[in-house]
Design a protein around this ligand. Structure first.
Ligand code: F6R
Length: 242
């Protein structure tokens, strides 16, 4: 596990942005795994700027997002599909057919999970997966206690996650209580992983990730077993490290 310490959010976003641009330029058909939430917004802005400056093209890129709320369709401003369109896809030259997010309003949600997993298998493997870190150690929406063997599945969001994500909604009651999430095993099959964490509210989780034991009670800890993972943390997120 490589640890990269940067000064602040901006530097974290730029560091990660450069890695993504390099990966996209290096491969003929790059497969990216993407996250939503506050953490990667700066990274996505970096990618938009790099595209506008003609440093990179996303024409041959395929993406798979980590998760989607159940019950929100793509027109809902709180759906992750909407978020990704707004924050990245609408501003770059990616082929919409190459963009994948689970469908949170599918008639058959179990089938949707299986199909999503199969779609990833079909392209081979994710070349570079971007992750954020939940305050409770979740990666994607794999909450504490999720099996390290898990595949794309329906998950119940825990109270802490609903509370943390309620900042995006008018009322806490509006936050969906379930999501479709890539599994931990699915994520671990990515060839390379970059986890980003910024800010004081992530400091305890970052400490547990880096200094704690590998346990299903702290899902991100599995990353210690991945051969090519980089944790990029800013000063505030690193503030509790030994
Ligand atoms: C989002 C996701 C989540 C977030 C995590 C941190 O697709 O999978 O695991 O990465 O909840 O969220 P932020 O970045 O909003 O602090």
């Amino acid at each position: 596990m490589k640890i990269v310490k940067v000064s602040d959010y901006q530097e974290m976003s730029e560091w990660a942005g450069k890695q993504v641009v390099q990966k996209v330029n290096e491969l003929s058909k790059p497969i990216l795994g993407l996250a939503t939430g506050s953490t990667p917004e700066g990274l996505y802005q970096y990618l938009i700027d790099a595209y506008k400056n003609e440093e990179v093209s996303f024409k041959n890129v395929t993406t798979f997002n980590l998760d989607e709320y159940i019950g929100l369709d793509s027109d809902d401003p709180n759906s992750y599909r909407y978020f990704m369109n707004e924050k990245l896809f609408n501003h770059i030259d990616i082929d919409p057919n190459n963009v994948h997010l689970p469908n949170g309003v599918a008639d058959d949600l179990e089938k949707e999970c299986k199909d999503y997993e199969a779609a990833i298998k079909e392209v081979g493997a994710i070349d570079l997966q971007i992750l954020g870190l939940g305050v409770n150690g979740h990666i994607a929406f794999n909450e504490p206690g999720t099996s390290f063997e898990s595949r794309t599945q329906i998950t119940d969001l825990v109270e802490e996650t609903i509370e943390a994500n309620s900042r995006f909604f008018d009322n806490k009651e509006d936050v969906p209580t379930q999501a479709i999430t890539m599994g931990i095993k699915t994520i671990m099959e990515s060839k390379e992983i970059i986890l980003l964490a910024s800010g004081e509210n992530k400091a305890q989780a970052v400490k547990q990730l880096i200094e704690g034991e590998v346990t299903e009670n702290f899902p991100a800890s599995i990353l210690h077993h991945h051969p090519q993972v980089t944790i990029v943390i800013d000063q505030a997120a690193a503030s509790l490290l030994k």
